[in-house]
Design a protein around this ligand. Structure first.
Ligand code: NAD
Length: 462
């Protein structure tokens, strides 16, 4: 798609207040593919005012009519599916088939789920002598990362619109073209002017201005824990609502009764897909000591097969960061069984699929989020040891448990300090609540729980 040189505010593309721009780079060949405006505090202010002005009308729009607009939005996303996939591939570098299936497919499912929820949710309930109204929280400031560019946007904007909120979005600087395409889709779907607004720009400038703006009632942020902590403090100081979806360091626990080959194959695929840039990726594989050597061999050969099938990471900075984690793993005594810090290609921000064995839970690579195609295999002695290792990080976003008997896996999963657990390879559910325990975040996205984040209650007593 062609990059817009303005911001989508109050139903139209408008010139930015200043002349600064952000270059969009294709991470496969390092070529500049477009430029978007780098918004300022002034642009954010204009967008928040538009969102505030549109709020009373949209909040009073019957849920069925809001549902109709979300249904239309879903239909536009379906019609423009190929363009979405091509745009994500151009600015994120993911292989086209993955962009089609996941980067375009998942947001379509999520938008569809909120079209249905808006039509069916009970926005009013009776509790004893009270009628409780579920009302929109107000103006939402949404700040999103680049790793699943459209999904992260739709997971905030669709429930916000379903709830009757209005939105100002500040997308990641690496993937603004997908955000512009989304704004076009919102426009085409007939969403009224001012209900959705887009300000592209740098995090510490436009993102910060949005998080601080007194016209914003709820800040919904997905990104790194460091920035999330800062945004949480800003929102706390202003007593405004905040939702934080942050990092993860999820464990894939393979119990001795499991189908080892399947558990390892699915586990490797989970880490390598999207080049490891998935906050919920199971980057620590926990294997019983009796099966450990076999699991290492299986993981090494499975990962090596991904060699030329994964895309690059998003930018040079992420590439350097991931490579330095790999070097640190080696320096701290982990055994590199495949991959390594060298880039497999001369151009592009590629990182080889990398597997470490003999990782212990005190190592940096077992504790910190790497956000690249790097898997660590950790040996455990018994189930209590596995549980201690699995729960032994500051994060708690996701995880997996494999066992011969589903009940055994569920019993273990119930003891994990994490917001999502896949049992024996359970499928992604776009309506199940997604969010973190511990420092992985505050709040939940997706499905009815995600809708609840954008609603506040008013009780009338009779
Ligand atoms: P990031 O925190 O640097 O940026 C995320 C967003 O915040 C971007 O739009 C950025 O411009 C903005 N931002 C940066 N500084 C800001 C500031 N001072 N004020 C306001 N906004 C600011 O993260 P990233 O590098 O873009 O994304 C990778 C991280 O996101 C990883 O740590 C990953 O785990 C996390 N993540 C979490 C989830 C989840 O659902 N839990 C999903 C995806 C990514």
């Amino acid at each position: 798609m062609q990059a817009h040189d303005g911001m989508y505010i109050d139903g139209a593309w408008r010139p930015a207040a200043g002349g600064d721009t952000i270059e969009v780079v294709n991470p496969v060949d390092e070529q500049v593919i477009g430029r978007v405006p780098a918004g300022s505090a002034e642009d954010v202010d204009t967008a928040v005012r538009a969102a505030r002005a549109a709020l009373p009308g949209w909040a009073a729009t019957p849920p069925a009519a809001r549902a109709a607009r979300l249904g239309a939005l879903r239909d536009v996303l379906v019609a423009r599916k190929d363009e979405i996939a091509e745009t994500v591939t151009a600015e994120l570098g993911s292989p086209l088939a993955f962009s089609q299936a996941v980067h375009a497919g998942v947001p379509i499912a999520v938008a569809g789920s909120y079209a249905e929820l808006a039509a069916t949710h009970a926005f009013e309930e009776r509790i004893g002598n009270s009628t409780v109204h579920h009302e929109p929280v107000g103006v939402v400031g949404a700040i999103t990362p680049w790793n699943y560019p459209l999904h992260q946007i739709v997971a905030k904007v669709a429930p916000a619109l379903a709830a009757g909120c209005t939105v100002v979005l500040k997308p990641a600087e690496d993937t603004p073209l997908t955000a512009q395409l989304f704004a076009e889709a919102v426009h085409e779907a007939g969403v009224p002017a001012g209900v959705f607004n887009l300000v592209t720009g740098l995090g510490p400038v436009a993102g910060q201005a949005l998080a601080e703006h007194e016209g914003v009632d709820l800040v919904s942020f997905t990104g790194s824990t460091a920035v999330g902590r800062h945004i949480g403090a800003t929102a706390g100081g202003a007593v405004k609502r905040v939702a934080l979806e942050l990092g993860g360091k999820s464990a894939n626990v393979i119990l001795p009764s499991a189908d080892l080959a399947k558990a390892v194959a699915v586990g490797v695929a989970n880490v390598m897909s999207n080049s490891g840039q998935t906050c919920s990726a199971w980057t620590r594989m926990l294997v019983h000591r009796d099966q450990y050597d076999e699991a290492v061999d299986l993981a090494a050969s499975a990962a090596a097969k991904y060699g030329d099938r994964i895309g690059p990471v998003v930018n040079a900075k992420q590439q350097a960061r991931v490579r330095s984690y790999i070097e640190k793993g080696v320096a701290e005594g982990a055994r590199l069984v495949t991959g390594g810090p060298e880039s497999p290609y001369e151009r592009g921000y590629f990182v080889s699929p990398t597997v470490f064995a003999d990782v212990t839970s005190d190592m940096t690579i077992a504790q910190e989020e790497i956000f690249g195609p790097v898997l660590s295999l950790i040996r455990y002695e018994d189930q209590e040891d596995a549980l201690r290792i699995a729960n032994g990080t500051v994060y708690g976003l996701a995880g997996a448990v494999w066992a011969g008997d589903e009940a055994e896996a569920v019993a273990f999963a119930r003891r994990l300090e994490t917001g999502q657990v896949d049992i024996n390879g359970g499928r992604f559910n776009p309506r199940a609540p997604f969010g973190g325990y511990k420092q992985s975040g505050v709040g939940r996205e997706l499905g009815p729980h995600g809708l609840g984040e954008y609603l506040q209650t008013k009780s009338l007593q009779f």
